[in-house]
Write a protein that binds this ligand. Sequence first.
Ligand SMILES: [Zn+2]
Length: 430
Amino acid sequence: MDTNSVAAFDAAMNIRGHGILDPALLAHQVTLSLTVKGRQTTTRQWCDVTMSVRDLIGRKFLTNHEERPDKDSGKAFLQGPTFKKGRTLKTMPWLDIMVLDLDTGESREDVVEKLKALGLFGVVYSTFSNGKRTSTKGKKGLAKWAGVDEPGFDVFKAWLLGVKMYQPHILEDAEFLGTNAEGEVVIRHAPMTKMRVVMVLRERFHITGGPDSEERRACLRDWREAYFGVGRLLGAFVDRACSDVSRLYYGPSRPIGATNWFVDVVAGDLLDLGSVERVPLERGLIRRSKATAKGQIARDRDDSAPDDPFRTAARGMHAPEYVTANMSTFLFMYGSRFRIVDCVADLRPRWIRGDASRGKTVQCPGEDDHTQSGGSGCYAVNAGDGGRGFVLSCRHDSCADRDRADLLDLFCEECGITDAMDLVEDWCHE
Ligand SMILES: [Zn+2]
């Protein structure tokens, strides 16, 4: 790339630029392990390369969408280096980028618009199986999941919606094609956009601690929760398997002759992982018991059923579970500036109960669920007063599972604030 303007990409078909890239971002350096041998790469063959973001999106890498004879050949990369110690959870030293696989039915435009709205830099590219019209799943596994002997069309659909989080429109006119020679059930559905989004971390994510240490496990957990958090920001479901720090990603590629490929380069900021709301696995991916799955399948497939566990699960990722619109976006963009104490003081002055060791004790937005009202169990701290972002925290048992986002969500509901971005103007000054 000879210019800072990604508009230059428009000259090439299928490749689109959105906005003007910041020279400082283009100069930012990342170190990634690369290979040209795909999954066949042995430990010592992984090659650590330090490059600028300019090179990362240059013609030799992410904007080089290659024709390939098969899916599993060719260039692949990791989210950080390996130092010749292998691509494992025990050895990866740090990560410089975050890569999300999106293949549940979002469109290219959806993802690009979401990145733009968040002000995030990202490269979105179609993967080898973009436009795929069939999905398969081993019959045995499916039977076990559903607790039935002969899994048919309904079971498979329920699995795709409930476990793989396919968006319902993908399966609207789906057709069951039976069982193939490999013992897999096969379904034909609307073409599925399969893409990957690459974001660059503002600060290196270090994975510290010995191979089996608690410290290392905590780092891996934090990455996973941040990963789900970013997935939620993008309004996308991300697979648990992808949250692995040592995951291998193939570069942009397509079958020979395919024309439906694309690369989008979206101008914006580096990803500040520190301000991404962590999403624990239990909340991000709702795992259903066999009994629930069976119950679902037995039930008449009524999309409007209020207790449909699959829809509830899907909502968890596709649309965050907050009552207040744009809560995740607000936290990401303004969590480090939000003056929560001032906000409570302005909107519910009587909720301020006194001084805390940091900030103020306040009435808990979830107090209706407390066994006793009153007390000093809940406190709030303005962003900038000591910590990194604002704090809203409650020590009551009934609030044990509520983080600051959940409590703020309740507070907004109480105050009639339907869109979290309405908090920006009055309480998020620099
Ligand atoms: Zn509480």
